[in-house]
Design a binder for this molecule. Structure first.
Ligand code: NDP
Length: 328
């Protein structure tokens, strides 16, 4: 039976994405077929759908790096029809068809069963951005950064990872400092739980290798000089979770914070994280995220609106999370 999907082709140098009807024989290899309910627009989706970075490696392809849905058919021993599942990353939108479709067929190893407390809609309101926020907080905890140790800085605060990090950290009892380039959104960040707002420009200029010790840890979506300055101002034995590169891919910094202040720089990869880590993150999201706050971050769109939002997210014009109802 036909289903709706976004279809990415590359007729010349540019990526073209259009809404089409596909037949089930267009689905790729896998032992679980899922009726998709929701997907989202993450920064990586912006890169893929606009063609700004070579995320999609096989054309034509359905983009979308994540989805939630219900299992329709399965020959995988861990899944049966009706199971509610979520998928973040792996080969989705790279070499395997992704979440911007009403149907997906994937290897069961890539799926996680959703906890009862998280609906399929909430799962994609959280999306890869929120799951990455949780992975970042697990890294801070692994580094021994407890709320009594001091404040946590969140960069890219108005974005998806940033917004959900703030909501999670404040519920866990941390004092949150939010760094943003959109000071007009301060009320939004405070409603999510930020105690203090700083201008991201104060972290983007070249700075000294060591500065005042301002935060016990950080969740950084920016990379580049921002991350270097974040490290320079992290307290003794603090941990910085580096998950994004909205500022830059580079790390033009110094060894000094590592050897003088014993700082830990924790890398975060959501795409190939092992199943045990994924399950822990989703279980913790079920208990540690205030769903009312999550609701404040969400805009809902249909498949046809994805290309416009993909362009906007790269320009830093999207606030919070964009949920895609693939059946709208
Ligand atoms: P968003 O676009 O939603 O958020 C990024 C935010 O970063 C923007 O909203 C903006 O916030 C801030 N920002 C934009 N440009 C700059 C800049 N030049 N310098 C500093 N800050 C900037 O993206 P997501 O939240 O979806 O993703 C954030 C980052 O994390 C991306 O780089 C993404 O690729 C990465 N990521 C990595 C994952 C992993 O597995 N490691 C998984 C998911 C995301 P404000 O206006 O408040 O300053």
């Amino acid at each position: 039976m036909a289903f709706k999907a976004l279809w990415a082709t590359k007729p010349d140098d540019a990526v073209k994405v259009e809404l089409v009807d596909l037949e089930t024989d267009a689905l790729m290899a896998g032992d679980v077929t899922v009726a998709v309910d929701y997907s989202t627009v993450n920064y990586k989706d912006g890169l893929a759908v606009t063609g700004a970075a070579p995320i999609i490696q096989t054309f034509p392809l359905v983009p979308g790096i994540d989805f939630s849905g219900r299992v329709e058919t399965s020959s995988h021993p861990d899944f049966k029809p009706g199971d509610r599942v979520v998928l973040n990353g792996f080969e989705l939108s790279m070499s395997h068809q992704g979440g911007y479709a009403q149907k997906a067929r994937v290897p069961g190893e890539w799926l996680v069963k959703l906890p009862d407390a998280i609906s399929n809609r909430d799962a994609m309101a959280i999306g890869t951005a929120g799951y990455t926020a949780m992975l970042s907080i697990l890294a801070l905890e692994h580094g021994g950064v407890t709320p009594d140790r001091g404040a946590i800085l969140v960069t890219g605060a108005s974005g998806g990872v940033g917004s959900i990090s703030i909501a999670l950290l404040s519920k866990l009892g941390y004092r949150v400092i939010a760094s943003t380039g959109r000071p007009e959104g301060a009320d939004y960040l405070k409603r999510l739980g930020a105690a203090e707002i700083i201008d991201r420009a104060t972290l983007s200029a070249p700075g000294a290798p060591l500065g005042p010790e301002r935060w016990a840890g950080a969740v950084d979506s920016a990379g580049g000089r921002t991350l270097v300055n974040v490290l320079a101002q992290t307290q003794y034995r603090g941990t910085v979770a580096a998950c994004g590169l909205a500022d830059s891919l580079d790390l033009p910094g110094s060894m000094v914070p590592f050897i003088r202040r014993n700082i830990t720089l924790a890398g975060i990869d959501s795409v190939n994280a092992p199943q045990s880590v994924r399950s822990t993150a989703w279980q913790r999201l079920a208990t540690d995220l205030d769903l009312a706050k999550l609701g404040q971050t969400v805009e809902e769109i249909g498949l046809a609106e994805v290309p416009a939002v993909a362009a906007a997210i790269l320009q830093g014009k999207v606030r919070g999370r964009t949920l895609v109802d693939v059946n709208r």
